[in-house]
Design a protein. Structure first.
Length: 625
């Protein structure tokens, strides 16, 4: 752990290795300091008195030493706070501040350390304090992974945690901590499973409209794809990118021990995004006139414009949800978004069917369902926070949120560029396909949706793997980290092969789920083998990026992907499509080649990289933190 050279903190690894060993953000600290200075008088009771008792035991100050609170949730990597829709591109590395530890995270961190100690015969299966209690009256439970009395508080005592800390440091110093392929597979798969569910639920909000509208006709299918692309680039990606500044501001506010500032920062972002909604709304309202000048098919452009006009009504709700999501994540509450999606995703699918087919509203029913869902998500998130946990960081609506926007905006702009760069690479293929005709545009919509659905499995796997590698690197466990990385890559190969076999074997059936048009079905079936072929490269490239994040070298992966997508993929795609008349096959050929190059280059880099240097970098950066 970070307390000495023998054992670095697992939390420091997650903070530094996964996020590029980023340091504290001076801009965010200055913004928070200004908020405290400007409003010290009227925030005195709200921001200090109410929180002093809890903060003393649960939060370390921004500038305190890492050793203050050594534990980290092994596997608690906070997935990107935005969700991809069609895009697969990797972003340029950006700098945001690490999240603080919650009590739940510390408890899990102790458990993870104790499990490894137990596996290596350094400590028994029961924790230090738990063992004595178990021997006294619960001998039958001695074989369980965690001994606790029925009804006992699910927390470790300070003595238990200190004993595990001591044994952990001694074991790491003596080189006694080892792991196995089986253990790493269990940990990585366990942490990836809920993320897969969350990502699939989030993406289902887009898929529901495509599924429902696709059976109306190929023009409607092409229009909903074009509209989704336009909304993503000009609206949703803007909200997602700008809201990333809360990953810094809310986390630092929470870490400073000033809980109420978390709610203040969220309010500022909500007001700011509402202002941004005005130009976005105007752009969407007149989108049909713009798209008609860009897209050859006038009817497709008109329907896409109608879609955008309707979803304007959901834009403010979407902005509030993006801000609220970061509000709860800054407090270590990562389940809130999942619970909201468990309700909203099925409801969205039902409303799509109800409006489009049952009420016979046709094409316009899909954007109405989307707009309603966008407004329901922040409402359900509010209900969750107010009725369960997270409300302690809310200090009510205040005019103070109308001040000190400068630092927030400056922090938000890099995030905006990051997300836009990610979205643009693949969305531009949809726009290009519109020049090949309505049938090709509809087929491109289906292929993009299919590839995005399959992507929701290796991406969470890469997140789980990156966390585990980072945790082990931070604890100076190089050999276990390498085993964890190999397990992650093995999982990527398995997932890629399964996706490839699934798409190849069902290429004649999958298109029928999206449309009834014979021409579109045939075109998708002809191109689906190529889409299936690069599933292995897609999965391996994604998990390579996860491992690079884990060892703190994600800047290499970011620039490799930017080069492969924009310098290699785009010229090949446009050259083969329009120059060689390969049609839709040409568009996807560039993507396939780019993914192959990314997986090849990054795999070679990981094989040749010096993992001991990653540990040394972690030690140096943690000392500076």
């Amino acid at each position: 752990m970070a307390r000495n050279k023998a054992a670095r903190s697992l939390r420091a690894a997650e903070e530094q290795a996964i996020h590029g060993f980023r340091s504290s953000s001076p801009l965010a600290e200055a913004a928070i300091a200004r908020d405290l200075e400007n409003h010290a008088d009227d925030e005195g009771s709200n921001l200090t008195t109410d929180d002093d008792a809890s903060e003393t035991s649960t939060i370390r100050a921004l500038n305190s030493q890492p050793g203050t609170n050594p534990h980290s949730l092994a596997g608690s990597y906070q997935r990107p706070s935005f969700f991809t829709t069609i895009s697969h591109a990797t972003v340029v590395p950006h700098h945001i501040d690490p999240e603080v530890l919650t009590q739940r995270e510390r408890e899990q961190a102790i458990e993870d350390e104790r499990h490894l100690l137990s596996d290596n015969n350094v400590m028994g299966s029961a924790g230090p304090g738990k063992r004595q209690r178990a021997e006294e009256g619960a001998s039958a439970m001695e074989t369980t992974s965690l001994l606790r009395h029925e009804g006992e508080n699910n927390e470790y005592s300070a003595e238990d945690a200190a004993e595990i800390d001591r044994k952990w440091e001694e074991a790491v110093t003596a080189g006694l901590i080892h792991t196995t392929w089986r253990r790493e597979a269990q940990v990585i798969s366990k942490n990836a499973a809920p993320l897969v569910i969350t990502f699939l639920l989030q993406y289902s909000l887009t898929v529901a409209s495509i599924f429902t509208v696709g059976h109306l006709g190929k023009k409607e299918l092409g229009a909903v794809s074009l509209a989704s692309m336009s909304a993503n680039i000009t609206g949703y990606a803007v909200y997602q990118g700008l809201a990333t500044s809360l990953d810094t501001l809310c986390a630092q506010a929470y870490g400073s021990g000033r809980k109420k500032l978390v709610g203040l920062q969220m309010q500022k972002m909500i007001y700011f995004l509402c202002v941004i909604t005005v130009p976005i709304g105007l752009l969407w309202y007149f989108a049909d006139r713009i798209l008609i000048k860009i897209v050859p098919e006038e009817e497709v452009a008109r329907l896409a414009g109608l879609y955008l006009k309707v979803v304007i009504l959901g834009a403010p709700g979407y902005a509030c949800f993006e801000s609220g999501k970061r509000y709860v994540q800054a407090q270590g509450i990562f389940s809130a978004s999942l619970y909201v999606l468990i309700i909203c995703a099925p409801l969205n699918a039902f409303m799509n069917w109800l409006f489009v087919w049952k009420f016979e509203w046709g094409f316009v029913g899909a954007p109405i369902a989307v707009a309603i869902t966008d407004n329901l998500m922040p409402l359900f998130l509010f209900i969750y926070v107010s009725s369960t946990t997270g409300s302690e960081c809310w200090n009510g609506f205040t005019t103070r949120a109308l001040h000190n926007w400068g630092p927030m905006i400056r922090l938000a702009l890099p995030g905006l560029l990051m997300v836009e760069a990610e979205c643009l690479a693949f969305e531009v293929l949809t726009l290009a396909s519109s020049y090949l005709g309505t049938t090709t545009l509809a087929a491109q919509s289906i292929l993009s949706t299919i590839s995005s659905i399959t992507f929701q499995i290796p991406f969470p796997l890469s997140i789980s793997g990156s966390t585990r590698v980072a945790n082990l690197i931070g604890a100076s466990l190089v050999d276990p980290a390498k085993i964890s990385a190999k397990v992650t890559m093995g999982g990527a190969v398995i997932v890629g092969i399964l996706n490839m076999l699934l798409l190849s074997s069902l290429r004649g059936y999958i298109p029928r789920l999206f449309t009834s048009d014979v021409e579109v079905i045939a075109l998708v079936a002809r191109n689906l083998p190529l889409c299936a072929a690069f599933q292995l490269f897609d999965a391996t490239a994604t998990c390579c990026n996860g491992i690079l994040r884990g060892i703190g070298r994600q800047e290499f992966g970011g620039y490799v992907q930017l080069f492969c997508y924009y310098v290699v993929a785009m010229p090949i795609s446009f050259g083969t499509t329009f120059g060689l008349d390969w049609g839709l096959l040409g568009l996807w050929s560039g993507v396939a080649i780019a993914l192959f190059l990314v997986s090849l280059i990054e795999t070679f880099f990981l094989v040749r990289t010096n993992w001991d240097r990653s540990v040394e970098d972690a030690i140096r950066r943690n000392a500076m933190h």
